[in-house]
Design a protein around this ligand. Structure first.
Ligand SMILES: Cc1ncc(C[n+]2csc(CCOP(=O)(O)OP(=O)(O)O)c2C)c(N)n1
Length: 629
């Protein structure tokens, strides 16, 4: 096994050409086997095996800086930097992350997870290098999908006229998670079919020169025009016109060609973009055939490519998908928007039924939100389905373009709460805090699958900005007996007792219910309230509850800071209600990757920890009351 010879960074440089070929095959085999067991990003990683090897042959680690956009394709890089053993615990709690992490290795130059950041980060590294008088290489690798994100253009704009070397590798596989979209994608398709720039230029010059009598003159005249012969013949003028040298396109599975172009790129004294063509899923037939399915699969059977676990109850996303399609059938004003996540958000069904009312705008959450605002201002009813962590990208657009004008945009906030194995960059635990502080915003969250449907219908009919927040995974099928109509600003009282009131947000229903049952078994009297509206707060109910309860316990899967619980606490203080408040939620720290149940235990969002906390609070309260008497 050649792979056994790679124990640390730069070991790859000891291999001969034949061994490099073997290594590529072994890496693919290794990735397929490991990911089939742990789950993870497969297709993107299979596509960049030779590209990563060539970069490792060109660069010196950790001195040179390699920045992966999104970072989901960094598995070969991890293998080549001595992290082979980490793949047994890939994405598990305490195990190796599925993304680059500076704390994991000095060879990971920059933490990523969200797309389109690599060119900005690379430029920062270049500027630091110049200011500190250093001379290492800086390389950012960005996919064609990630090149649909606005930040990438802001950075390219900035990279123009750079006075020192900065290599941008465009890993073009013609795919985002699903098919890539938009004008840049089309432009790249054109380039893909062009021959490598240098070959082409020479070929055309030779042909022109052969024109009898006038050939040499034509060539020299063209050379005298503004940008010379390039203007007419060179692919990549979009980049060239910004003074970013374009090299390529080059076959991303041919190590020899890659080495040649990277060595050429290192000699450029400004920004250079190397256009590399790769195949997503390369080397594993099921992934080559359906790269979207193998973008981030769970464990699967290698022979058939079929997932190991399938079936089970509908996920919240599936409920959303069905209900929105149904709503779309009845109301032709309803339009749906995704930022490159048609499958993940469940909008693929809406897209199939109403292609003209569906918009995939690319990985462009900021644009998606303002686009939704425009649609709403223009008389449509837009629903923007987006993962909680990616919604962070569209904050100012939510505040400045949607809410300021009080436009009826529905934000379907999927993957809210802990998402698990994708880790810190993907946990959706901030949205309650950052959304509820915006004027005109309404925030609701369903307790089970039926309420999900009711809330979505409510949201589409609502004439103002509204966010419906729901988690990854199976929709809760308990509490079916509670289905009071959704009423603006009103919570839902499920069990009315006294002393302790447990008030939960959305999918914390199951935990809250089990906490209540445990408390009751120990002899406590406990009410259970489904908040439904995180904004506006049902202050009337809080006033009522304060009359015969001494302890409010709020439960939410969101950071405590600025979350639902703090707002309840704030109201209790301001209204001087005679009740103690305990907030249960995510502490003020980033939550790493791992199984969601494990993460809940780690963050104190499990039954045992909550019950213990509530009992301690209650006993202390009683003690204090006695002292007071
Ligand atoms: C801001 C943001 N939105 C959405 C995503 C989800 N996402 C992860 S990878 C990906 C597609 C990236 O495509 P590309 O850059 O071409 O890489 P490939 O997987 O094709 O190698 C998307 C949309 C993300 N990581 N960040």
């Amino acid at each position: 096994m050649v792979l056994e010879m790679i124990r640390k960074e730069n070991d790859i440089k000891k291999l001969d050409e034949g061994q490099l070929k073997e290594l590529a095959g072994e890496i693919r085999q290794f990735l397929i086997e490991k990911i089939s067991r742990t789950g993870g990003h497969l297709a993107s990683n299979l596509g960049v095996v030779e590209l990563t090897m060539a970069l490792h042959l060109t660069l010196d680690f950790p001195e040179d800086k390699l920045i992966w956009d999104v970072g989901h394709q960094s598995y070969t890089h991890k293998l080549l930097t001595g992290r082979k053993d980490g793949f047994d615990d890939l994405r598990k709690y305490g195990g190796m992350s599925g993304f680059p992490k500076r704390k994991e290795s000095p060879c990971d130059a920059f933490d990523t997870g969200h797309s389109s950041t690599s060119i900005s980060a690379g430029l920062g590294y270049v500027a630091a290098r110049e200011l500190l008088g250093q001379d290492h290489s800086v390389v950012s690798v960005i996919g064609d999908g990630s090149l649909t994100g606005g930040m990438a253009y802001e950075a390219l704009n900035n990279a123009s006229r750079l006075k020192s070397n900065f290599i941008i590798v465009l890993n073009d596989n013609n795919m985002s998670i699903s098919e890539n979209v938009g004008g840049m994608s089309k432009y790249l398709s054109g380039l893909r079919t062009a021959q490598a720039y240098t070959d082409l230029k020479k070929g055309v010059e030779d042909t022109l020169k052969r024109i009898p009598g006038r050939g040499d003159r034509i060539v020299s005249q063209i050379r005298k025009t503004k940008s010379g012969i390039k203007q007419l013949l060179v692919p990549g003028m979009f980049f060239e016109d910004m003074d970013i040298t374009y090299l390529g396109p080059v076959d991303g599975h041919d190590i020899r060609k890659l080495l040649k172009v990277f060595n050429e790129a290192k000699r450029v004294d400004h920004a250079v973009l190397v256009h590399v063509i790769t195949k997503k899923g390369k080397g594993y037939a099921p992934a080559e055939k359906d790269p979207a399915k193998f973008h981030g699969p769970g464990p699967f059977d290698i022979e058939t490519g079929e997932p190991k676990a399938s079936g089970g109850p509908d996920t919240y996303t599936q409920v959303f998908s069905k209900v929105l399609t149904d709503i779309g059938r009845r109301d032709d004003k309803v339009v749906a928007i995704t930022a490159a996540m048609a499958d993940g958000t469940g909008l693929a069904s809406f897209a199939k039924h109403f292609p003209q009312r569906f918009f995939d705008v690319g990985i462009a959450e900021e644009h998606a939100m303002t686009f939704a605002a425009g649609l709403a201002a223009g008389g449509m009813k837009p629903v923007f389905a987006v993962y909680s962590s990616f919604l962070q990208r569209a904050y100012d657009q939510t505040l400045h373009d949607v809410c300021l004008q009080d436009l009826p945009v529905v934000i379907a906030v999927d993957r809210a709460g802990l998402v698990g194995s994708d880790g810190e960059t993907h946990q959706g635990v901030f949205d309650l805090s950052f959304l509820t502080m915006i004027p005109n915003m309404t925030v609701i969250s369903p307790k089970n699958r039926w309420e999900m449907a009711d809330m979505l219908r409510f949201a589409v009919d609502f004439q103002h900005p509204v966010a419906v927040r729901y988690p990854r995974g199976a929709a809760y099928e308990g509490m079916r007996q509670f289905r009071a109509p959704i009423e603006y600003g009103k919570s839902e009282v499920l069990y009315e007792e006294e002393d302790i009131a447990v008030i939960f947000v959305g999918h914390m229903a199951e935990l809250a219910d089990s906490v209540r049952r445990s408390l009751k078994e120990t002899g406590y009297s406990c009410s259970l309230i489904n908040a439904r509206f995180v904004k506006p707060l049902d202050t009337e109910l809080l006033e009522e509850l304060a009359k015969d309860h001494s302890l409010f316990v709020t439960i939410e899967e969101n950071v405590l800071t600025g979350g639902f619980g703090e707002q309840v606490m704030d109201y209790v203080l301001r209204a001087a209600l005679d009740v103690h408040v305990r907030n249960i939620g995510i502490p003020d720290e980033y939550v790493e990757h791992g199984n969601v149940e494990v993460l809940r235990k780690e963050t104190g969002l499990d039954r045992e920890t909550v019950v213990k906390q509530v009992v301690t609070d209650y006993l202390r309260l009683m003690e204090n009351n006695e002292k007071g008497n």
